[in-house]
Every structure is written in structure tokens, then in C-alpha cells.
Design a protein around this ligand. Structure first.
Ligand code: HEM
Length: 483
């Protein structure tokens, strides 16, 4: 999901570190720090030493935050206190700590922190992803779960997915005929923005364009959506498109017209929800697909097994039908293993303590940002003994551990009240393309003689994706219909 919201949250930290450091020193005189108060008797979580103004930033700067936080947690423990600029932040890195926050005390941590940039982008959290816990969020979440992202709705888009994958396969088949490699690229901008690090500093806000850019990007998307909405409202008036799969926008417009909601759904909220779902749904699935292909290239035995399975299960077919995907056991293990090693949103989305609470014996004061390091959990030797960093889909053959939010060592979609409601939607967008790429083609990595050397460098962005583009040569094995 990450998501466009995350884009506003973290921003190419390495490049901006020195800028922030300079800013921090200047702001030393103007910042009113919002530290957790050390009230008598409180047992705050341990953490690394802090500097005035920048807090713990120097421990993270220049590194990928999920990796830096895992390394720090190894020294300071599974409930660790950082200060990101002036924002008190607790980082959780064990199954037990995650369970406390996402299950035992889920309701206490069911809100998200509202930074100035997030506030600008989401118009004060009026969409789903960053909405504060309360009636507005509850209503939108219910619409998302029941109407927009339900199994029935995901199924209704099957034909569209099959069409899109068929178009992708035709493009690749043409490249294969010319012996051309194909590339999947990813780009993302994300970051720690000064106003989010020092929300109380007027200077930080004044010097940064993050809030203005956030607001502008929202307005640009909303302007584009205005025309689309006009068209859809006219279609609804004419009752046109009957019998077609109902698009998500039409569902929301109909709910609005029904007027049966406790809090009326205004047009800005509809636009925000569409914007979020588009952002949350597209890049996350593309990132998983990219990592899965990269891991399979790096692990030829797993690639052979996954390819053999899909070709044998669909040997009587000319292409992969989505309704048969349930038969591909190994492919599902491949996707699980990819999500374990490469959760696209490695720190999930932040939560905020709404009330005083104790987590594994430590006090967490209201207003503290709480982060679950899902990436660290997925690579923790205690839960994945022996070879936590190896890609071994077979490990799921003898394991019931799943990503549905009940196993706190494996949380690519989060857990509890704020867990991702788009799991089925997201998986549907990974399974069919991956199975189809393996069914029709063998794959070679030009210029990579040793598969173990396949470049797996991570880049931080809207989601954590592979830094290099995925440059692969397809070799046609099963003809693609229509080429
Ligand atoms: C592989 C794909 C995806 C991954 C890994 C993913 C991951 C996540 C994560 C980690 C969260 C935060 C969970 C938490 O705080 O506990 C989240 C929230 C969310 N996701 Fe996803 N997501 C994916 C696909 C999707 C799709 C396809 C949609 C919609 C079409 C979607 C919509 C949302 C929404 C609306 C939220 C906010 C829920 C709330 O705050 O109540 N996601 N997602």
C-alpha cells in the first residue's frame, strides 16, 4: 500500500539528511519538543541515545529504515523507543509485542498519527487509510470491506484481469520473438519531511514544500476525477452499462445517492477513497510481482518447480484461467515466501496510542507513534529457524503460518482493526500475472552468469522495491493466443 500516503511519510532520507541536520540545528532555538513526559513511575521502553532536536534520526539516516530499526532493536529489545525528530516513536520487533498492539490492545492503537503532510494530502484524514479511529473511519471501512473489496467484487473483475494479463503476454511474446529483453521498472518517492519530523516548528513548515506539494497532488488527482465522476453520474442517470462489472466509483456514487448513511458521503470523500484504493492497490501488487520474479531468477530450482507445476496443471489449456489458480500449491508458497522476505510495506502503516497503555511491561504514553517492523519479524531466526534470509517456498509446505493477521511473525498486510482490507484484491493482481509469465515463458537474465549474483538491492519509496529494473529475456514455450 503502501500507498500515496506513505509517499508523503518517508522521503529519500539519505539525500535529505544533511539538509535536515542543518535545519535541525537552526530550529534548535524555535522547536518546542513534544517528548513523552517522563512522569514519575513510568517505565518507558529503552532505546538508543538521542540528540537534541533530531532525536534518534542519526541512528537511521543513510540506511533503509526497516533495516536500521531491526539492527537497533537487536541491541535495545523488541519494544524500543526512538524519537524521530520530535515525534516519540515506539518500534515493535517481536511476535509478542506485535500481538499486544494489534490484538490485545488493538482498540488503543487503532488510530494513525496525523503529520502535517498527511494532513495536507488527506484533507485531515477524511479517506480510509489515514482516517483517525472513529465513526467516519468505521463507516468508510465497512463500505470498503462489504462493497468495494469483498470476494464477490474481486471476482466481478476477473474478466478485466484476464484481459489485462493477455495484453501483457502479447507484448512479451512480441519481445521474445525479437529476442529482446523486457524490463519492469519501478519508481517511487517517499520520505521523512521536515514538518512531519518537527510538527511544532513553524520554521520547518516554512522551509519545506512538502505540505504544499501534498495538497497540490491531491488537487490535481481530484481535478482529473471530477470529469470522470461527471461521466459516471450521467451513465447512472441513463442506467447505461447494465450487465457490465460495476466499477468501484459507481458503487460509491450509488451509496451516496441512497443517502442511507449516518455520515453523508460527500464528493471529496469519494474522490479520496478512489485515489487511495488506486494508490494502495497498484504499486503494492507490482512490487510483489517484481520481487517474486527476482527471487525465482535467483533460485533456479524454485523457478523450475513453479514453472513445472503451472505447465502441468494447465497442460490442457492455451492460457492460464483465473478460476484454476487454486490448484497451484507451490505458486502460492512462492508468493507467501516473497511476502515474508519482501513485505512491500515493511513497517506497515503507523499507529498512534490514543490512551496510556502497557506493552510487554513498558509504558506507552498517548500520542506516541507505534511502528511494527514486519520486515524484521519475517526474517527473525526465532520464527524462521536456520535460514531466515533464504528464499525457500517449501517452508510453507509443512506450516500453517499465514498472512491473515493471526500469525504475528508474518504480517505483510498488518493485523487487527486496521489490517489491509485489500488482501484478496492484491493477491488476485499477483497470482494471475505470475502464473501466466511462468506458463508461457522461460526466463533468462542477460549478463548474469551466476543466479546467486542477481541484484536484490532494495530502494525505499512508496513501497520497498528492488533498486534495479527487472531486465529479463523471455523465451516463448507455450504460444500466446492472438500473437
Ligand atoms: C500485495 C498487496 C498489498 C499489501 C502488501 C498491502 C499492505 C497493507 C498494509 C501493511 C496496511 C496497513 C495495515 C495495518 O495498519 O495493520 C494496509 C492498509 C490498507 N490497504 Fe493494503 N496492501 C495491499 C493491497 C491493497 C489493495 C489491493 C487495496 C485496495 C484495492 C488496499 C487497500 C488498503 C486500505 C484501504 C488500507 C487501510 C485500512 C485502514 O486503515 O483501515 N491494499 N495495506
Amino acid at each position: 500500500m503502501p500507498t500515496a500516503r506513505r509517499a508523503a511519510h518517508y522521503n529519500e532520507m539519505e539525500t535529505h539528511y544533511y539538509l535536515y541536520l542543518g535545519l535541525a540545528l537552526v530550529s534548535l532555538f524555535v522547536v518546542v519538543a513534544r517528548r513523552p513526559r517522563r512522569r514519575h513511575g513510568l517505565r518507558l521502553p529503552p532505546g538508543p541515545w538521542q540528540l537534541p532536536v533530531i532525536g534518534s534520526l542519526h541512528h537511521i539516516a543513510g540506511k533503509l529504515p526497516h533495516r536500521a530499526m531491526r539492527d537497533l532493536a537487536r541491541r535495545h529489545g523488541p519494544v524500543m523507543m526512538l524519537r524521530i525528530g520530535e515525534v516519540p516513536t515506539v518500534v515493535l520487533s517481536s511476535r509478542e509485542a506485535a500481538r499486544e498492539v494489534m490484538k490485545t490492545h488493538d482498540v488503543v492503537f487503532a488510530s494513525r498519527p496525523m503529520s502535517p503532510t498527511i494532513n495536507a494530502i488527506t484533507n485531515g484524514g477524511r479517506d480510509i487509510i489515514m482516517a483517525p479511529y472513529g465513526e467516519h473511519w468505521r463507516q468508510l471501512r465497512k463500505i470498503a470491506v462489504v462493497e468495494l473489496l469483498s470476494a464477490r467484487r474481486v471476482l466481478s473483475f476477473r474478466a478485466i484481469r484476464e484481459e489485462e494479463v493477455a495484453a501483457l503476454l502479447r507484448t512479451i511474446a512480441i519481445a521474445a520473438a525479437d529476442s529482446r529483453p523486457v524490463e519492469q521498472g519501478q519508481q517511487g518517492a517517499a520520505g521523512f519531511n521536515p514538518p512531519d519530523l518537527w510538527p511544532s516548528s513553524t520554521l520547518a513548515r516554512w522551509l519545506s514544500s512538502a505540505e504544499r506539494r501534498g495538497k497540490e497532488s491531491r488537487e490535481t488527482v481530484f481535478r482529473i476525477l471530477d470529469d470522470i465522476i461527471k461521466e459516471h453520474l450521467q451513465r447512472l442517470d441513463r442506467a447505461a452499462g447494465a450487465g457490465e462489472a460495476e466499477v468501484l466509483l459507481d458503487v460509491l456514487l450509488k451509496i451516496q445517492r441512497d443517502g442511507a448513511l449516518q455520515i453523508p458521503l460527500d464528493m471529496d470523500v469519494i474522490k479520496g477513497v478512489i485515489f487511495e484504493i488506486f494508490a494502495a492497490g497498484s504499486e503494492t501488487a507490482a512490487t510483489v510481482l517484481d520481487w517474486a520474479m527476482a527471487e525465482l531468477m535467483r533460485n533456479p530450482k524454485a523457478m523450475q518447480r513453479a514453472t513445472a507445476e503451472v505447465r502441468s496443471v494447465f497442460s490442457a489449456h492455451s492460457t492460464v484461467p483465473e478460476h484454476g489458480l487454486g490448484e497451484l500449491q507451490y505458486l502460492h508458497h512462492v508468493i507467501r515466501e516473497t511476502l515474508r522476505l519482501h513485505p512491500p510495506v515493511p513497517l506497515l502503516l503507523p499507529r498512534e496510542a490514543r490512551e496510556p497503555c502497557r506493552v510487554l511491561g513498558y509504558d506507552v504514553v498517548p500520542g506516541t507513534t507505534v511502528i511494527v517492523n514486519a520486515w524484521a519479524l519475517g526474517r527473525d531466526e526465532r520464527y524462521w529457524p536456520g535460514d531466515p534470509d533464504d528464499f525457500r517456498p517449501e517452508r510453507f509446505e509443512a506450516s500453517d503460518v499465514d498472512f491473515k493477521g493471526a500469525d504475528f511473525e508474518f504480517l505483510p498486510f498488518g493485523a487487527g482493526r486496521r489490517m489491509c482490507p485489500g488482501v484478496m484484491f492484491g493477491l488476485a493482481n499477483v497470482e494471475l500475472p505470475l502464473a501466466s509469465l511462468l506458463f508461457h515463458f522461460d526466463w533468462e537474465a542477460p549478463g548474469v552468469a551466476d543466479p546467486a549474483k542477481f541484484d536484490m538491492t532494495e530502494a525505499f519509496g512508496v513501497t520497498v522495491h528492488r533498486k534495479p529494473g527487472l531486465l529479463l529475456r523471455p523465451i516463448l514455450r507455450v504460444p500466446v493466443p492472438g500473437v
